[in-house]
Design a protein around this ligand. Structure first.
Ligand code: B4P
Length: 191
């Protein structure tokens, strides 16, 4: 199985590049952001609790997102592999993912980390906020909070995978196709 972690700050292009990776490598896309927005749309208890945190630019508790991913791994047992998009976002989530995959005799193949400076991130997210309807993209203060959450809680995850020899950094500024080509090169090397 080919199991990829697509990593990077909010607005780095994770969701955008995931769509192209799914088409090229026939992987199942697991985006915790999309799963949480699905719960919000359904109006579930989990969704209502998550919405409050997401609207403030904060991370949702580890056990919530780990539970969602665990369910999805069970539902998709016979696939070519997964793209984990926006997950793991804390070291506790990364450890839990290793355990969950280990239970299915699987592991993470590699991590691709998209590098984009803060000024560009803010610009992209505000632009998307104009028509996405996502409250967390509409407010510059919330965007800055998300970037700060990333810097304090999520950046240690890169080191976690680096220690396993699985970290690949890709410069995330340029056209979507240019960036995709660099990501594809990394994936082809480990296939
Ligand atoms: P996510 O849904 O993961 O959203 P995101 O970080 O904003 O990234 P996304 O993938 O959507 O954007 P992309 O970079 O592709 O998370 C939202 C919230 O959910 C979090 O803040 C948190 O509260 C919660 N959450 C999710 N997962 C969690 C977890 N594991 N633990 C705890 N909480 C969790 O694209 C951004 C924009 O840039 C787009 O408009 C795109 O068109 C544009 N773009 C992309 N590539 C570009 C390029 N090369 N040039 C110009 N623009 C580009």
């Amino acid at each position: 199985m080919l199991n990829l972690v697509l990593f990077g700050p909010p607005g780095a292009g994770k969701g955008t590049q995931s769509q192209k990776l799914i088409d090229k490598f026939q992987l199942v896309h697991l985006s915790t952001g999309d799963l949480l927005r699905g719960e919000i749309a359904k109006g579930s208890v989990l969704g209502l609790e998550a919405k409050k945190l997401m609207d403030e630019g904060k991370l949702v508790p580890d056990e919530v997102v780990i539970g969602m991913i665990s369910n999805k791994l069970v539902e998709n047992s016979d696939v070519k592999g997964f793209i984990f998009d926006g997950f793991p976002r804390t070291v506790a989530q990364a450890e839990a993912l290793d355990t969950l995959l280990g239970n299915h005799n699987q592991k993470i193949s590699t991590m691709i980390s998209l590098e984009v400076d803060n000024e560009e991130l803010e610009k992209r997210l505000l632009l998307r906020g104009k028509d996405s309807g996502r409250p967390d993209d509409a407010n510059p203060e919330v965007i800055r909070k998300r970037i700060a959450e990333y810097q304090s809680k999520t950046t240690p995850v890169a080191n976690y995978y680096n220690q396993q020899g699985k970290l690949n950094t890709v410069y995330g500024i340029g056209t979507i196709d240019e960036i995709f080509s660099k990501i594809s090169d990394v994936v082809e090397q480990i296939k």
